[in-house]
Design a protein around this ligand. Structure first.
Ligand SMILES: Nc1ncnc2c1ncn2[C@@H]1O[C@H](COP(=O)(O)OP(=O)(O)OP(=O)(O)O)[C@@H](O)[C@H]1O
Length: 405
């Protein structure tokens, strides 16, 4: 079993699923470049997934996205072999799932894979807690232990106090939380979520997405999330796998897909996305080399540095590269003419900064009245870059143009 975080948690290699009795012939046709319609015409077989390959890293959320019939469900159901692949291999922790005997497959499903379905798939005659306990019961855990684990999972999804109600008493959003708790109670490494939020109305759906992001920041599960909704994919996915007619047309981060669509199909798919919600501070900042200055130097050399670089202010960092303030050329000039030698005595320590992952849309209002470039500072206080209004607008325009090309 691979626990190396660099090793993929899931590896899918040339996965193909063909539905129908003449699947061998259909597979050959597919391998020789025949299209879905031609294969259906000649063999009566439907191509579910065609030669799909990708990996999912531990702790990553990969959203498999595409229009109805593009093969998303088939692909994800091959991962736990609810659907048997026609060709190709699937590895989980380097174990070939496609070659597992039934008893080992059962064990892998129970211990490593949790599944959350669109229609919640709850048992109406069981209470919330009994629903959450279901997988643990199948595992053969004793009643006290499984109730304890189910209660922890219910608390994680915000359903503490609802354990003795029946699904019928719960709203759609709450029912889906039970579905999620049932999967989480088993503490699987991997969650497969099949349109898990699609049946919910938009506000509840947005809440559930936020909740999943929040849970994920604590749980670090490996998640394969199916969605036909681009906004959901952009919001949840560390990476997105975009499918069309059973084949993968592009794999990448939201930004990669939006700014560099692989073909016209992807470009059209993403053309109405607001790019500023996807680009981050990190992707539009400029590198900080020429705008930082070590606090150990005095105002005079700071002023010389600014004049040389053509800057009207610089950020000041300490010996550990932590950004601690900024100084304007005017302040440095005035301080050096009165003989001040300590930079830290004249610098402004009260300044606005943003984290690298801040969406670009939030930067524009922040920068509106800012008298200095907006510093991008990571959580450990290192200056990663600065954003200058002109370069931000140019970056957005440039990305927008590529996106609409
Ligand atoms: N059991 C089956 N028998 C025959 N064809 C099937 C079967 N299941 C799926 N297919 C076909 O495989 C293709 C992919 O279907 P799949 O359900 O995986 O797509 P999807 O992207 O998940 O669609 P949706 O969003 O509508 O669920 C479709 O053409 C579908 O008709």
């Amino acid at each position: 079993m691979s626990e190396n975080p660099k090793e993929p948690k899931i590896r899918i290699e040339h996965l193909t699923k063909i539905f129908g009795s003449q699947s061998k012939e259909a597979l050959k046709m597919l391998q020789h470049g025949a299209g879905k319609d031609e294969i259906l015409d000649k063999t009566g077989c439907g191509v579910g997934v065609a030669d799909a390959s990708f990996t999912v890293a531990p702790g990553e959320i990969v959203v498999v996205m595409g229009l109805s019939g593009s093969g998303k469900s088939t692909l994800v159901r091959c991962i736990n072999r609810l659907i048997e692949p026609t060709a190709g291999k699937i590895f989980i922790d380097d174990e070939d799932i496609t070659a597992l005997p039934v008893d080992r497959l059962r064990q892998v499903r129970l211990t490593k894979l949790g599944m959350v379905f669109q229609n919640f798939a709850l048992f109406p005659h069981r209470t919330v807690c009994q629903n959450a306990e279901y997988g643990l019961e199948i595992q053969g855990l004793d009643p006290a232990k499984r109730r304890e684990k189910a209660m922890i999972a219910l608390e994680q999804v915000g359903l503490k106090g609802w354990e003795d109600y029946y699904p019928v008493n719960l709203s759609g959003g709450m029912q889906q939380r039970v579905g999620l708790a049932r999967a989480l109670a088993l503490d699987p490494d991997i969650l497969l979520m099949d349109e898990a939020f699609s049946a919910l109305d938009p506000l509840i759906r947005g809440d559930m997405q936020d909740e999943l992001i929040n849970l994920q920041s604590r749980m670090h599960k490996t998640i394969v999330f199916i969605s036909h909704d681009l906004d959901e994919a952009l919001k949840l996915g560390d990476r997105i796998v975009l499918m069309k007619d059973g084949a993968i047309v592009q794999i990448g981060t939201a930004e990669q897909i939006l700014t560099n669509p692989a073909n016209d199909y992807v470009a059209r798919f993403v053309e109405n996305v607001d790019i500023t919600k996807v680009l981050t501070a990190e992707s539009v900042m400029i590198k900080p080399k020429a705008v930082v200055f070590l606090s150990a130097h005095g105002p005079k050399s700071a002023l010389r540095f600014m004049q040389k670089q053509g800057l009207s202010q610089i950020f000041v960092h300490d010996a550990e590269q932590n950004v601690i303030g900024y100084v304007t050329a005017d302040t440095a000039s005035e301080a050096s003419s009165r003989g001040e030698t300590e930079l830290h005595r004249i610098m402004q320590t009260d300044f606005v900064s943003v984290l690298p992952e801040t969406p670009a849309a939030e930067l524009i209002p922040i920068m509106a009245d800012l008298p200095y470039p907006l510093p991008v500072v990571s959580a450990d206080r290192k200056l990663r870059g600065v954003i200058i209004r002109g370069s931000l607008l140019a970056a957005l325009a440039e990305r927008g143009r590529n996106n609409n090309a």
